[in-house]
Design a protein. Structure first.
Lengths: 301, 237
């Protein structure tokens, strides 16, 4: 889960260290930092050493002529710059007590996530961007909202140091799910044109003709999170937990957070995918039980 | 001259009426159907000729409501179709494409698909399937075969039997025998004849498109022809 980098980057960014109002027995993100546990902080120098590890990647790419070296450098630079900017923005935002900048950033993140979800989809329909943004908006904000108001309950409830990382993690996973689901649905729709029309010819409703595709697309969207959940703790320690452990959190608390996050993410992916798929289904079919092939266009660029 | 008047057949009920149907393909901006008029009555065996790309398939697909059209109307038994009626209309007016549509699973599963749909009012009757299979020299064991592994000709036979079992009023044949050898082709034509002449089911008609004038002459009792999206002529055979 690459989006975890958002949260695991938090130990690197100077978090506010002042005591946090805690309503027992609720954990707060970042609470671990106040517990006096031994904390590993990273200097820019040490990050520099880490970056030299990339040289290995580049050597491999050059030796095998994979042509990835340039892309590796660009992506690395992008990652460093984006995360640094994020750190600076978060620092500012975390210090604010006003609602508007928090929601401005949250809204911006959501729209970017919506655009990103569509990026890898090759065949599109006209309103695919608004569909993706709408689905990701509703699902992520609803799920994050429930988490904030019912589980984490920070003070105030929109506390940026909780809201932004939570939303970021949810958005990142939702966008992957929506992207995979839409991609699968549209590409299978095109590939199975004969079968789908064949079903319609036999008297199927538009829903009956697309039902199997919808099912397969929803499964494709959920596969990454289902895999992650089933191997969590065995094959990998999830990114967020790794970040917390490195920052010196109590393992059981880190576990509790991670479990909560997994459930929250899974719920958001499921909700977002169902929304995006249902809206897409309505866009590519007509009430006359036809498939609107004309609405599907190969991306232009 | 786009209008085609099929010979009056007053005692037979009108099944399908197509009026001034125009369809423009939105991706190519080509007019694939130009104000087509067509009336299909009970007992009509219509042969549909015309060169490739003349709009034969487009016409049959339009009658099956598979593509949106820009203007004109389509009536079934005198009634315009509401969106909700279209699935059950399609189970009464079945379009059989040139390439048989085969789904994953056995032959039996393929034959049973229409009966699993909400629009279906009938239940799957294996007796009918076996009787039809025997017409094509296949026995009961054929039902258990994996439909994916069959030849194109055998798949077309399955598509026909599936359509036959739905007991439709109208079948829209889109060059159904183009992939069959001559023996299978004549068996296919015989099967269609038998379906049509079976007195227990009345109110039937079909349109059969083909490149072969001799096949059209053999099968139809009236012929029409498409040219560049227009319905051109009417012949009685």
């Amino acid at each position: 889960m690459s989006q975890d980098s958002l949260l695991s980057s938090i130990p690197f960014t100077p978090l506010r260290m002042d005591p946090i109002t805690i309503r027992e027995p609720v954990f707060l993100l970042g609470q671990a930092f106040n517990q006096g546990a031994e904390e590993i902080s990273l200097s820019w120098m040490e990050l520099g050493i880490a970056s030299t590890l990339l040289v290995i990647n580049m050597l491999v790419s050059l030796c095998l002529q994979l042509g990835l070296a340039k892309q590796l450098i660009t992506s690395s630079f992008r990652m460093v710059i984006q995360l640094t900017l994020l750190g600076l923005v978060l620092k500012q935002i975390f210090e604010t007590t006003m609602m508007s900048p928090v929601f401005l950033l949250a809204g911006f993140m959501t729209v970017v996530a919506g655009f990103t979800a569509v990026r890898r989809i090759n065949t599109r329909y006209r309103s695919i961007y608004s569909t993706a943004i709408f689905s990701i908006w509703i699902s992520s904000w609803l799920v994050t909202g429930v988490t904030l108001l019912a589980i984490l309950r920070p003070e105030p409830w929109y506390r940026p140091s909780v809201l932004i990382p939570m939303l970021g993690m949810v958005l990142g996973n939702s966008l992957t799910g929506i992207s995979l689901g839409l991609e699968r649905f549209i590409s299978e729709l095109k590939q199975n044109r004969e079968q789908i029309e064949g079903l319609l010819c036999l008297g199927a409703t538009r829903w009956e003709s697309c039902r199997d595709l919808m099912r397969r697309a929803a499964r494709a969207a959920m596969t990454p999170i289902l895999n992650t959940m089933s191997v969590a703790g065995i094959v990998s320690i999830p990114g967020m937990m790794t970040g917390q452990l490195l920052a010196g959190a109590d393992p059981m608390q880190a576990v509790a957070y991670q479990i909560m996050i997994m459930f929250v993410i899974a719920a958001s992916i499921a909700l977002g995918t169902i929304l995006a798929l249902s809206l897409t289904y309505r866009k590519v079919t007509s009430p006359y039980h036809q498939i609107e092939w004309k609405n599907l266009r190969a991306r232009e660029n | 001259m786009t209008e085609v008047h099929l010979p009056a057949n007053s005692e037979n009920m009108t099944l399908i009426e197509v009026e001034q149907l125009t369809r423009v393909d939105s991706s190519t901006q080509q007019t694939v159907l130009h104000s087509v008029n067509l009336t299909l009555k009970e007992r009509d065996r219509v042969g549909l000729g015309g060169p490739s790309g003349s709009g034969k398939s487009s016409l049959l697909r339009a009658i099956a409501c598979l593509d949106p059209y820009q203007s004109g109307s389509l009536r079934f038994r005198g009634e315009t179709l509401t969106p909700e009626e279209i699935p059950s209309y399609r189970s009464r007016v079945v379009y059989l494409p040139q390439r048989a549509v085969i789904f994953e699973g056995t032959v039996k599963e393929n034959l049973a698909i229409p009966f699993s749909l909400r629009s279906s009012e009938k239940i799957y009757d294996e007796e009918i399937a076996i009787q039809q299979l025997s017409h094509f020299d296949r026995n009961e064991g054929f039902l258990r075969k994996n439909a994916d592994t069959l030849s194109g000709g055998e798949q077309q036979i399955i598509a026909w039997i599936r359509c036959f079992m739905m007991n439709p009023n109208v079948i829209l044949f889109d060059e159904p025998t183009s992939g069959l050898d001559s023996d299978a082709r004549s068996k296919f034509e015989d099967a269609v004849d038998q379906w049509f002449e079976n007195p227990s089911i009345d109110s039937k008609a079909f349109i059969w498109s083909s490149h072969h004038a001799d096949q059209l002459a053999r099968l139809s009792n009236r012929q029409i022809s498409m040219n560049r999206g227009k319905l051109e002529m009417s012949l009685e055979s």
